[in-house]
Design a protein around this ligand. Structure first.
Ligand SMILES: [Ca+2]
Ligand SMILES: [Ca+2]
Ligand SMILES: [Ca+2]
Ligand SMILES: [Ca+2]
Length: 275
């Protein structure tokens, strides 16, 4: 009986594990739209008229509207498909406040989140019933899944590296200036192959994004001449790139499930033989 209970417990754990995995893999990605309104008054409050909307930290509009009333005011944000059919609408109240007559700038902002969908092309923002903004955001969207896919590109999305296939050939000098400790390297000699570049000499030879440990790399595509440092022991010991770690993790989970299942079946059989 004890064995049977143990088997039951194991099966229950297995079901729980499977549900958890299903839940985790069904995880949706969201993106935030931030709306900001600034007060242009200097000594005295004169009204909010400096309006901006940003998406993934990128400002997509700097428009104007005028409001002198403080308090809560309704904004409506809509995302639409390529035919401008509504996909989702969200409403949010921004609180326009005045901190004091001596304040030089009062600011109010709201952030509203949307579930990512490849169908989203346009955004519309209404203030009360006035349309403040209508914009194509297709190329600005990022699904944050760790892979450079869909319409993402390096400028807007952290899923993309500067050498990824994102329809952009960046002047590597400026990119590295921004993020790589002031290193200035041209794209044709940065050891990364960007197929978007008309003539990237790195594509014809061993490079830092060919998924092979070559050149003088310490791990696969890291260390040595590669600007990416090897981040973890996995990368060096197993020769697997970081991007493959997810696959290893998934394989381990599957192996674990199979082992639990086999043990449960064995215990059941043993119990059945006893009876
Ligand atoms: Ca992505
Ligand atoms: Ca590219
Ligand atoms: Ca290159
Ligand atoms: Ca390599």
């Amino acid at each position: 009986m004890k064995y049977k209970n143990l088997a039951k417990l194991m099966l229950f754990s297995l079901v729980f594990l499977l549900i958890t995995i299903a839940f985790v893999s069904a995880k949706k990605y969201v993106f935030d739209i931030a709306i900001q309104a600034n007060d242009v008054g200097y000594k005295d409050f004169t009204g909010y008229n400096n309006f901006s909307v940003s998406l993934l930290g990128v400002e997509i509009v700097d428009n104007s509207f005028y409001e002198t009333e403080t308090g809560y005011h309704l904004f409506t944000v809509q995302v639409l498909d390529k035919n401008k059919n509504l996909i989702k609408e969200k409403q949010a109240y921004a609180n326009f406040v005045v901190f004091g007559a001596t304040e030089t700038l009062n600011r109010t902002s709201i952030i509203t989140s949307f579930e990512y969908s490849e169908n989203i092309v346009y955004i519309k923002v209404y203030y009360q019933s006035t349309l403040l903004l209508e914009k194509d955001i297709f190329r600005t969207l990022c699904n944050n899944n760790g892979k450079c896919d869909g319409s993402e590109n390096y400028l807007y999305c952290q899923d993309c590296e500067w050498y990824d296939n994102d329809s952009l050939c960046l002047g590597a000098g400026e990119v590295f200036n921004l993020i790589r400790n002031n290193l200035i390297v041209n794209y044709w000699e940065d050891h990364y192959c960007d197929l978007d570049c008309y003539k990237d000499d790195d594509c014809g030879k061993e490079n830092c994004n060919d998924n092979i440990k070559n050149q003088n790399e310490e791990g696969v595509d890291c260390g040595g001449v590669c600007l990416d440092k090897c981040k973890n022991i996995f990368q060096i010991l197993t020769g697997q790139a970081t991007k493959n770690i997810e696959k290893i993790k998934n394989s381990l989970i599957i192996i674990l499930i199979i082992i639990v299942l086999i043990i449960a079946i064995l215990i059941y059989k043993k119990e059945a033989r006893r009876r």
